[in-house]
Design a protein around this ligand. Structure first.
Ligand code: XMP
Length: 315
């Protein structure tokens, strides 16, 4: 895609052809789905209804931030609070692919219900090229099952409409800037949310811990970038590891958890290099995580692996 304006015009025409009646739009607040939602609204007007799902797997402050983002773009949207539903479906699930399938199944079940209320079986999604390339099928091997592709149950009543299917992340960012989406360069956040940042079995406590750790990594990196201590990385987050390790609190040795910090540079997420942030920044992150999660997290690691051979996320 060389020309975002021409792409947007063609996508709007295609949406009008693909959606004769109404459509609901899966709007997560990420760049991909926000761009898809704005295209759908421009194509269909009030025949499109954006639905934002609070899965309970979101980052600190995300519901408020997404609300502000949608209001600033003028997008009309509804919020569905579904954290008990998602956390219930994921409780104890350890396999990363199974996590994605369960998140995908919950999303689709919820959108079927919301679609039925709105009188449609069309679901507009912000699926982009790496999502379906990595999800495999036919001659491709599966790298990971994206919840919005391989995680979609076979028998769904919904017909998917995917205006960004052929775009890569850098192209979506150019489109997002053209559509006036603020923070078009904001770091990506995976659809299955914090569920894939709790390595091993998902629990409410694990989600709570990794939410705290993610917020600290984001705050400290954002602060270091603003202070010109480091360039803005492409993606930066924390993962709660599935391990127990010994630490010291006061006079006691305690068995606690470990968090890994991951900071990477990339262009399109297909490859990435581990960033080398100043040790002072990493020190502040480790200090805050072990203080705010005292006793629960006693060790903080830094991941220095590129993609490949690692992936960006741990799961
Ligand atoms: P990996 O870990 O495969 O991630 O190197 C590449 C990029 O994709 C994001 N990611 C996901 N995004 N659903 C998503 O919407 C997912 O299941 C998923 N898994 C990873 C990841 O954050 C990185 O930006």
């Amino acid at each position: 895609m060389n020309d975002p304006a021409a792409f947007a015009r063609a996508a709007i025409e295609r949406l009008r052809a693909d959606v004769p009646g109404r459509a609901i739009v899966a709007a997560s607040g990420g760049i991909d789905s926000t761009a898809a939602a704005l295209l759908a609204e421009r194509a269909l007007g009030d025949r499109a209804r954006a639905v934002f799902v609070d899965t309970g797997l979101l980052r600190e402050g995300e519901v408020r931030r997404v609300g502000e983002l949608f209001r600033s773009t003028g997008l009309r949207y509804d919020v569905v609070e579904a954290s008990a539903r998602f956390l219930g479906a994921l409780a104890g699930v350890a396999d990363p692919e199974e996590k994605r399938r369960r998140v995908g199944a919950e999303f689709i079940g919820l959108f079927e219900e919301e679609g039925a209320k709105f009188g449609t079986d069309r679901l507009v999604q912000g699926t982009i090229a790496p999502d379906w390339i990595e999800s495999g099928g036919e001659l491709r091997s599966t790298i990971k099952t994206h919840h919005n592709v391989g995680g979609v149950p076979k028998g769904t009543r919904l017909t998917l409409v995917e205006p960004l299917r052929d775009l890569y992340k850098d192209e979506v960012r150019a489109l997002a800037r053209h559509l006036g989406i603020p923070e078009a360069d904001r770091q990506p956040f995976p659809g299955p949310g914090l569920a894939v940042r709790v390595a091993g079995p998902v629990s409410e406590d694990g989600i709570r811990c990794v939410r705290v750790a993610n917020a600290i990594v984001e705050e400290e990196v954002d602060r270091a970038v603003a202070a010109h201590e480091m360039p803005r990385p492409w993606q930066y987050f924390a993962v709660l590891l599935a391990t127990r390790t010994v630490g010291v609190t006061g006079d006691n040795r305690v068995l606690g958890g470990a968090v890994c910090v991951r900071i990477v540079d990339s262009v399109d997420a297909m490859t990435a290099t581990a960033a080398h942030p100043p040790t002072a920044v990493l020190g502040r992150i480790a200090e805050r995580i072990t203080r705010d999660l005292a006793g629960r997290v006693v060790r903080v690691l830094y991941d220095i692996t590129d993609k490949p051979p690692a992936t960006i996320e741990w799961e």
